[in-house]
Design a protein around this ligand. Structure first.
Ligand SMILES: [Zn+2]
Length: 371
C-alpha cells in the first residue's frame, strides 16, 4: 500500500529552527514539591529513589544539582510507576513544582501513542491516517513550545488533554503504519496543523460549534457533516437518570438540592450544550455544558438533549468526543470505501496538504550523564 503514498507529490517542509521535532519531550507526571514524596525510577537493574526535602532534591541519598536527575539509559529503557518507557528521563524541580519528563524520538512516540489513541486491530490504512494525525499534533506542540517566550520544560502532556501516551507496548504491527508514513505531517499554509480528532463525531458540523476561534485554524471549521461514522455504537446514545441519581450527580454544584421539577438545555447551532437550567419549582439553577460533561462520565459528547419522562431524565446524544477534526470511526468507513489517506485528511481538515519533515537528524538530548 506504500504505492498510495508514492502517488502523492510531497513538498518538502523545512522545519523552523533546525527542528527539535526529531525528539519530543513528554510530561509524564508533575505536582507541587511539598506533595512529591518518593519517586522511584528503574534503569536496567539500578534503582533511583528521589525525594525532595528541605528545599533540596536528592537521589539515593545524594544531593542533586539544580538540573535535577537526568538519565540516558544505555538500552533506552526505564521504568516509572509500573510502566516501561523508551528514551531519556528527567526529574526536574522548578518554581516549587516537580516534573518527570521523557525525551523520546518523535517516530517512537507516534508508535506508542497509536496503541492508546486508536484501535490497534483496525486495518493498516486506518492506522496510517492516525499515525499522520498523531505526528502532526506532536510537531504542532513542539513548535508551539519553541515559540514561547518563557521556554517550557516539556512539549506535550501524556494524558488525553493532549494525546494519551503510555510508554512501550507489544503491538508491533503498528510500526508498519509509522514507517510507511514516516515524517509525513498535515500542514495548512505550510505550517503543521493542530490535528484534533475524536472517536465518533455523530454527524455534528464543526463549523457550527460555538466558543472556538476558527480564525487561526480555519481547517477545523468543516462546514459539512461527516457521513461515515453511523456504524459506531455511540453515533447516537442514551442514558437515563432517576431523580435521586441526578440530584447526587449535581450535589457538588447545588448543595441542598432536594427536588428537580424539570431540566432545560440550551444548545448552539451545532447542538452543543452551552447551558443547563435545573428547575426546582421555586428557583432555577444553571450550570454550563462543560461542567455537566465533567460531572458525568457517562455523557459521551458535548451534543445532547435532556427530556423528563415521568420520573426519569433521559439524555440523548450524538457521538463520542468533542466533535472537532478527524472522526476516527469515519476514517475506518472511508478506508473501507477505498479513499486514500490524502483524500480522508482533506475531507476532515479542508484546505490542508501533506508534507514531509526534513532535517530530522537528532538535535537534542536530556542527557548529562549516562548510566
Ligand atoms: Zn463522523
Amino acid at each position: 500500500m506504500f504505492n498510495l503514498f508514492k502517488k502523492i507529490i510531497y513538498m518538502l517542509f523545512v522545519v523552523l529552527s533546525t527542528l527539535h521535532a526529531c525528539y519530543v519531550r513528554v510530561l509524564l507526571d508533575s505536582g507541587p514539591v511539598e506533595e512529591m514524596g518518593e519517586k522511584q525510577f528503574v534503569v536496567a537493574d539500578k534503582k533511583f529513589l528521589c525525594v525532595f526535602k528541605d528545599t533540596l532534591l536528592s537521589c539515593n541519598g545524594k544531593q542533586l544539582n539544580k538540573n535535577g536527575l537526568r538519565i540516558s539509559p544505555k538500552d533506552s529503557k526505564f521504568w516509572y510507576q509500573d510502566t516501561c518507557y523508551s528514551g531519556d528521563l528527567a526529574l526536574i524541580v522548578q518554581e516549587k513544582r516537580w516534573y518527570v519528563i521523557n525525551n523520546i524520538p518523535l517516530e517512537e512516540y507516534v508508535y506508542s501513542v497509536l496503541r492508546s489513541e486508536s484501535w490497534p486491530g483496525w486495518p493498516l490504512e486506518v492506522n496510517k491516517v492516525f499515525a499522520i494525525m498523531v505526528r502532526t499534533y506532536a510537531v504542532h506542540k513542539i513548535l508551539a513550545a519553541q515559540s514561547m517566550k518563557k521556554k517550557p520544560l516539556y512539549d506535550i502532556k501524556s494524558t488525553n488533554i493532549h494525546q494519551t501516551y503510555k510508554g512501550l507496548h507489544n503491538f508491533d504491527h503498528l510500526m508498519q503504519a509509522v514507517q510507511e508514513t514516516q515524517n509525513i505531517i498535515i500542514t495548512y499554509h505550510k505550517r503543521p496543523i493542530i490535528a484534533m480528532y475524536d472517536s465518533c463525531c455523530g454527524g455534528i458540523i464543526p463549523a457550527h460549534i460555538s466558543g472556538f476561534d476558527f480564525k487561526s485554524d480555519p481547517y477545523l471549521a468543516r462546514p459539512y457533516a461527516c457521513e461515515y461514522c453511523s456504524e459506531c455504537k455511540l453515533y447516537s446514545w442514551q442514558i437515563s437518570f432517576e431523580q435521586t441519581a441526578l440530584i447526587e450527580l449535581l450535589e457538588t454544584e447545588f448543595s441542598g438540592l432536594k427536588h428537580i421539577k424539570d431540566v432545560r438545555v440550551t444548545t448552539d447551532k451545532a447542538g452543543k450544550v452551552t447551558e443547563i437550567e435545573v428547575r426546582t419549582g421555586r428557583s432555577h439553577k444553571k450550570i454550563s455544558g462543560a461542567t455537566m460533561y465533567r460531572l458525568c462520565k457517562d455523557i459521551r459528547s458535548f451534543c445532547y438533549t435532556i427530556k423528563k419522562e415521568e420520573k426519569i431524565f433521559k439524555f440523548t446524544g450524538k457521538g463520542f468526543g468533542h466533535h472537532m477534526g478527524v472522526c476516527q470511526w469515519g476514517v475506518r468507513a472511508m478506508v473501507k470505501k477505498g479513499f486514500t489517506e490524502k483524500q480522508i485528511l482533506d475531507y476532515y481538515y479542508p484546505g490542508t496538504e501533506l508534507m514531509k519533515l526534513v532535517k530530522v537528524e537528532p538535535q537534542r538530548s536530556l542527557t548529562s550523564a549516562d548510566t
